[in-house]
Write a protein that binds this ligand. Structure first.
Ligand code: NZQ
Ligand code: ZN
Length: 380
């Protein structure tokens, strides 16, 4: 095992922490606050941000949509370049944080911003950014990844660059009070699958990564079982911190990763507009069933250490429990749950993956189009 672990994002966790941005952003910075469709105006978060920034020079950019598009974000890039902002503050869910990372990187690049997603431009420089998280799910608030869509071509692609790690992330569980159940359930499922993508590969004997991943998975199992307590502070705190730890890099160091579920899921969002977590709930159990042979040892370990299973057939029973867990919080796991037609999905998703060069996915690069075909059929 060999790795470097460096996560530079300062975490400000707990009630009332939005006020701390007043001292975390340099007083002489010219700040652009970026947010989404207006949930922060309705739940009082915007007012707290305005109060915290009262001694700063700042302006705002609203309207970053779920699954943020380059078309919208390039308007923010133009403003940053024209008006000379030098600190970006993202206030929202993963889409706003990801979108702000793109703006931070594209503002330091003279070429066409999509080059960052196509891989033509490697990001080495970005404006500093901070995040105030309002939806625990993606881990984007303290990682180096961003996922951006392009409406014109129905593409959804990601980039990874240490330069876009947020300088700080505010995790105040009170911001979750206005979240609809659908988004709370999405957050739980997204965090669960993030852990699986880094854990359900092959055994490597990495006790820290496996043990921490299993602890986080057990948390999510408990939180799903306590979904009726989702309005309590304790439930929110635990989901917010678990989702953050699921994708801040720690459980993934030095071990193989998969991410095939995410890659296939992104095509479902680009083609059919499904929520990110819905795509994961749809693809992940089916993928585990199709790839059982490669993943059997880790599925068995998970069954024992997370679900307390004993006896025969643990791997298969583990997959059934995972699927039931997603369904128990109301996230559909079958094509019919989203009124999707199998034949249309087979045609569209396979064509899109091929077009995007995504034909060798998974931790052993063996999830090819033939395997994806089988996964889609299994999700019927
Ligand atoms: O736009 P607003 O009005 O804020 O409404 C949002 C949006 O409609 C709403 N919302 C957020 N916080 C709220 C709230 N509504 C009420 N009260 C609050 N406190 O929720 C809706 C969904 O928000 P979004 O940010 O899209 O959700 P999420 O955090 O699940 O982010 C999904 C995006 O992150 C990407 C996904 O692909 C998707 O584009 N991911 C990013 C990752 C990363 N950077 O590491 C990893 C993930 O795997 C994921 O791919
Ligand atoms: Zn995800």
């Amino acid at each position: 095992m060999q790795f470097t672990f460096h996560n530079p994002t300062q975490i400000q966790f707990g009630r009332g922490q939005i006020a701390s941005v007043a001292r975390l952003i340099p007083r002489d910075a010219k700040v652009l606050v970026l947010y989404g469709g207006g949930s922060i105006k309705a739940n009082g978060v915007y007012d707290q941000v305005a109060e915290a920034l009262k001694a700063h020079q700042w302006a705002e950019f609203a309207g970053i949509e779920p699954n943020p598009t380059v078309e919208t974000l390039d308007k923010a890039v133009a403003r940053v370049k024209d008006e000379g902002f030098d600190f970006l503050l993202a206030v929202g869910g993963g889409s706003v944080v990801d979108g702000t990372k793109y703006v931070a990187a594209a503002a330091c690049y003279e070429g066409y911003g999509w080059d960052i997603l196509s891989g033509k431009h490697k990001v080495r420089q970005a404006l500093p950014l901070g995040a105030i998280l309002t939806l625990p799910a993606t881990g984007s608030e303290s990682n180096a990844a961003a996922v951006i869509s392009r409406t014109a071509t129905a593409e959804k692609r990601s980039f990874l660059a240490p330069a876009v790690f947020p300088v700080f992330a505010v995790l105040d569980p009170d911001t979750m009070s206005s979240l609809p159940d659908r988004q709370l359930a999405n957050g739980l499922v997204d965090a669960f699958v993030h852990i699986c993508e880094q854990y359900l590969t092959v055994p490597t004997g990495a006790m820290v990564q496996d043990g921490f991943a299993e602890a986080l998975l057990r948390n999510l199992v408990v939180l799903a079982g306590q979904f009726d307590q989702r309005r309590t502070l304790e439930w929110r705190e635990n989901l917010m911190w678990t989702a953050n730890q699921a994708l801040n890099g720690l459980i993934g160091v030095g071990v193989p990763h998969d991410w095939a579920t995410h890659a296939i899921g992104h095509e479902f969002t680009a083609l059919y507009g499904l929520d990110h977590a819905q795509t994961l709930a749809l693809v992940h159990p089916a993928l585990l069933r199709v790839c059982l042979a490669q993943k059997e040892a880790k599925l068995t370990q998970m069954g024992r250490n997370v679900f307390g299973l004993e006896g025969d057939g643990i791997a298969n029973r583990t997959i059934d429990i995972i699927e039931n867990l997603f369904r128990s919080v109301g996230v559909g796991t079958r094509l019919g749950d989203y009124q999707l037609d199998k034949n249309d999905v087979l045609l569209q998703v396979l064509t899109a993956l091929e077009g995007h060069g995504m034909t060798r996915l998974g931790h052993q690069r063996d999830v090819d189009l033939h395997t994806v075909d089988a996964i889609i059929r299994k999700a019927e």
